[in-house]
Write a protein that binds this ligand. Structure first.
Ligand SMILES: *Cc1c(COP(=O)(O)O)cnc(C)c1O
Length: 506
């Protein structure tokens, strides 16, 4: 990690060069044409107007090839297997895109309730699907990502404690092996973070939990199966211990893919959870979103959820004439009317309107298409695939039995080098160096969408790299457009406008 801005910028720019010497120029490098501006600028100050603008003047075929070449320089779920543990990088079936592209899905968010009954019904039914899948009583669809859902969940927990005159609770307990967002959420929510060690089997250490719990505990955040893919067998005891001191149990839903249709966080004693719609429910993932991180809660917490939510209008209000933008308001087949409402003690708005609507449409389409049986089948195959892959690789897997993912150890090798070398074998590597409880961690989650032959291809890549010497893996990757990018510096010191590189910089 280097804070040396200058050289980091150059490295960042070099990422556009491929190792085999091909470079895909920017559109503005391919062509720059002065195009006269023909606009009425009357009344605008002179310094804000111009007569011409330089733009690339290219044909549609040139544009199409440019973007196709760029897409070929990246690796996505449509390129090959993507076993990035914890992230659940599963293939997004295109029928969900077809549903999101239906003309009826293009709704202006300011339209009235009366003219958007179909939209509200979809949201209402999705709230219900998610509540049922998670064993929760009420759901908000607003948060735009898992991490945002965590924040909302912890704010809801805080509002609940505050409302009960227990605002003194100032600690959130987070297992050492948790996702970084859990620690960040607790801290951002204004809590002191109490870190919880794992026992020798990789699960919650009950003695350590006992010691951490007190009348200051606001919540314990857990994922189950945990980040090692292990089911917390003592979850009912854990829930009891947390509830006994008046704390709440938070479920990080990122690993819900292991439980879908089989076990429900609500039944295990969790009080509040988020769902990573872009992980579990096959909506596109990565590249910065958009995603969705709905939050489900038990009945006691429902009055604190963000506003607005959707409900069936009661008979009284349904009888009142609806304000309508269009003379033909869409109603559902049963004639039920839906309305937005603010929960009684709401923590307020956390996103514009209803959240990332089209992402929610895709999640709805996915759940509706799979149904109960399909969801249970997805989790069965996710677990089967992880266990088959785990049985085929030569790297040691210290903890088990695991479910939808496992954490292997790269042993004497550096996990980051292993990951870079796997790219040369044409597959995406696993998540590396996390959780830290496994040294040189290779956190691997194949998901249910891969076939046996793809899993065999993945295993072959793991096993080929396992045999290689340090010099070979340290030199990798050799076949990708970009080699090793200094991502930290690129993120901290981004170049937000294009400047041609000087010959000296290359
Ligand atoms: C992905 C993930 C998150 C955060 O979810 P985002 O949707 O990426 O914000 C939280 N916890 C775990 C365990 C995760 O894998």
């Amino acid at each position: 990690m280097s804070d040396d801005g200058g050289s980091a910028e150059i490295r960042h720019d070099q990422a556009r060069w491929s190792t085999n010497g091909t470079y895909e120029p920017l559109l503005s490098e391919k062509d720059s044409t002065e195009i006269a501006v023909d606009a009425d600028t009357a009344g605008l100050p002179d310094e804000l107007t111009r007569d011409s603008v330089e733009l690339p003047n290219l044909s549609e075929s040139e544009l199409s090839r440019h973007y196709t070449r760029l897409s070929q320089q990246t690796y996505g779920i449509t390129s090959g297997p993507y076993p990035l543990g914890s992230c659940t990088m599963k293939y997004n079936p295109t029928f969900t895109e077809d549903v999101a592209a239906l003309p009826g899905a293009a709704v202006h968010p300011d339209r009235s309730e009366g003219s958007t009954q179909g939209t509200l019904e979809l949201l209402y039914r999705l709230q219900g699907y998610l509540a049922r899948i998670g064993g929760m009583d009420a759901v908000t669809l607003q948060p735009p990502a898992g991490a945002a859902g965590e924040f909302v969940g912890i704010r809801v927990a805080a509002a609940y404690h505050e409302h009960n005159g227990e605002g003194h609770r100032d600690e959130v307990i987070v297992p050492e092996s948790a996702h970084g967002t859990n620690f960040a959420t607790a801290a951002l929510g204004g809590y002191d973070v109490v870190s919880l060690p794992s026992d020798e089997h990789g699960r919650v250490d009950l003695d350590a939990l006992e010691a951490a719990l007190s009348e200051n505990t606001a919540a314990l955040m857990l994922t189950n199966p945990n980040t090692l893919g292990l089911f917390e067998r003592d979850i009912e005891t854990i829930a009891e211990m947390v509830h006994d001191v008046g704390g709440l149990l938070y479920y990080d839903g990122a690993n819900l893919n292991a439980l879908l249709g089989r076990a429900r966080p609500g039944d295990m004693g969790f009080d509040v959870m988020h769902y990573n719609v872009h992980k579990t429910f096959a909506t596109p993932h990565g590249g910065g979103g958009p995603g969705a991180g709905p939050v489900g809660v038990v009945a006691e917490l429902a009055p604190f959820l963000p506003a607005p939510r959707v409900r069936e209008a009661d008979a009284e209000s349904a009888a009142e004439p609806q304000e309508a933008d269009s003379p033909d308001p869409t109603t559902d087949s049963t004639g039920t009317t839906y309305e937005l409402f603010d929960p009684e003690h709401t923590i307020g708005h956390v996103h514009g309107f209803q959240g990332n609507w089209l992402v929610l449409v895709k999640a709805f389409a996915y759940i509706a298409r799979l149904g109960d049986e399909g969801l249970a089948d997805a989790s069965a195959k996710a677990v089967l695939n992880a266990n088959y892959l785990g049985s085929q690789i030569d790297y040691e897997i210290p903890y088990g039995p695991f479910h939808h993912e496992f954490v292997a150890s790269a042993g004497e090798q550096d996990a980051a080098d292993v990951a870079k070398r796997m790219l040369d074998y044409g597959v995406h590597p696993p998540t590396t160096k996390w959780p830290e409880i496994v040294s040189q961690a290779l956190m691997t989650e194949p998901t249910e969408v891969e076939t046996k032959s793809t899993l065999d291809q993945l295993a072959a890549a793991f096993n080929a790299v396992a045999e290689e010497d340090d010099a070979t893996i340290e030199a990798a990757p050799n076949r990708t457009t970009a080699k090793r990018i200094d991502q930290t510096s690129a993120a901290r010191n981004p170049r937000l406008s294009w400047q041609a590189l000087d010959a000296d910089d290359e």
